[in-house]
Design a protein around this ligand. Structure first.
Ligand code: CAA
Length: 379
């Protein structure tokens, strides 16, 4: 075993850390308050190559490894999880899916601009009646010969209003159940495609979450990804990698909250000495740091398995389950250490606590991760 990062990985991490301090930190409280999408910051992240991190340079990507992706996600998420979720969805759910399973024409037309950061993508699986139970798709795509006719509604779609390219999962043959599900590339502006209002969320309020409506949208046949009936496996497969991204986002929220709490504990005095001199606070910090280190190792292990072409679904679910629970616990304790100051916006930890909650819900709830993990253990 070798725990040292390469020089290149360290440089990538430093670049993400510097970017988060210089570009994400200013205005993060205001963007959260106003639910403002970090458009300028996302454009710059695209210019840095962080929106197509793992895509081959042949298709406009940066050709980095999944370990670097974890490092970048942690650094960005320490400061602004609303921005980092865009990075995660674009890299894992959209670019990875297109590069691994898309046709050459789909890669040229859709992957290239997404990987270069010229536009962003969205992944549309969830529906009003199909969240965790993802095989129960009500959105239909009827084969009309040279095109599919798409009808239905998707809910809670990250980048819903700002994306240009949408990967939409739909049922093409209900009789075949999940073997009759397909994934389609849908462009913004296709007639019959409407974006609903932005959701007013508890956390990651800067991220752009919408419902989407499809009414008789004509999707060209060549926009189906993979063989007929491959859509459910496509969705599950991209989520395996997506969960590494969200695990790393949770890790970043936890480490961001921990760093703020540690600094506050050194600065703030109570009963004539710094908070950090009280054993009650020292023990909280010790627990936070230990759990964060465990979560980090789990994220890096899942990424290492992916980089080495080994099965990683089990490890990514474990990392997401654990890191998201660590994020929630750590952010809550960080607010506690800050006391009254922790409950107001200027100190950042209340936002991190609100942001942490979504990591236990999206890309598969903690309960879904336990299903995936236990099935893997018992099969
Ligand atoms: N890779 C490839 N194929 C897979 C797979 C994987 N990881 N997991 C399952 N499959 C295949 C199975 O082999 C099976 O195929 P066969 O019938 O041919 O053998 C098929 O998929 C169905 O699998 P299951 O029987 O296990 O299906 P299930 O109904 O029991 O559900 C589940 C499995 C794990 C619960 C799944 O429904 C699931 O992951 N649900 C959660 C969905 C989710 O994560 N949604 C997140 C929305 S996206 C999002 O949040 C993005 C964002 O905005 C940030």
């Amino acid at each position: 075993m070798y725990f040292e990062l390469t020089e290149e990985q360290k440089m990538i991490r430093q670049a993400a850390r510097d970017f988060a301090q210089a570009e994400l930190k200013p205005g993060v409280i205001e963007r959260d308050e106003l639910q403002k999408f970090p458009a300028e910051q996302i454009k710059k992240l695209g210019e840095l190559g962080f929106l197509g991190m793992m895509v081959s340079p042949v298709y406009g990507g940066s050709g980095m490894d999944a370990i670097s992706y974890v490092l970048v996600m942690e650094e960005l998420s320490k400061i602004d999880a609303s921005a980092s979720v865009v990075v995660s969805v674009n890299n894992s759910l959209v670019c990875y899916g297109l590069e691994k399973y898309g046709s050459e024409a789909q890669k040229q037309k859709y992957l290239m601009p997404l990987a270069k950061g010229e536009c962003i993508g969205a992944f549309c699986l969830s529906e009003p009646e199909a969240g965790s139970d993802a095989t129960s798709q009500s959105t239909t795509a009827i084969d009309m010969g040279d095109h599919y006719l798409l009808n239905g509604t998707k809910n809670w779609i990250t980048n819903g209003g700002t994306a240009s390219t949408y990967i939409v999962i739909a049922q093409t043959d209900a009789a075949k159940k999940h073997h009759g599900i397909n994934a389609f590339i849908v462009e913004k502006g296709m007639p019959g495609f409407t974006v609903g209002p932005k959701e007013n969320k508890m956390g990651i309020r800067g991220s752009d979450t919408h419902s989407l409506m499809f009414t008789d949208v004509k999707v060209p046949k060549e926009n189906r990804i993979g063989e007929d009936g491959f859509g459910f496996k496509f969705a599950m497969s991209v989520l395996d990698g997506g969960r590494i991204g969200i695990a790393s986002q949770a890790l970043g929220i936890a480490s961001g909250a921990y760093e703020l709490a540690k600094q506050y504990a050194k600065d703030r005095k109570t009963f004539g000495k710094p908070l950090a001199d009280h054993q009650a606070i020292q023990f909280k910090l010790a627990d936070m740091a230990t759990e964060i280190e465990a979560a980090r190792l789990m994220c890096l292990k899942a990424a290492w398995l992916k980089d080495h072409g080994k099965p990683y679904a089990h490890a990514s679910s474990m990392a997401k389950l654990y890191a998201s629970e660590v994020a929630m616990r750590t952010a809550t304790e960080a607010v506690q250490i800050h006391g009254g100051y922790g409950y107001v916006k200027e100190y950042h930890v209340e936002r991190l606590m609100r942001d942490a909650k979504i990591t236990q819900i999206y890309e598969g709830t903690s309960e879904i991760q336990r299903i995936v993990i236990s099935r893997g253990l018992l099969k």
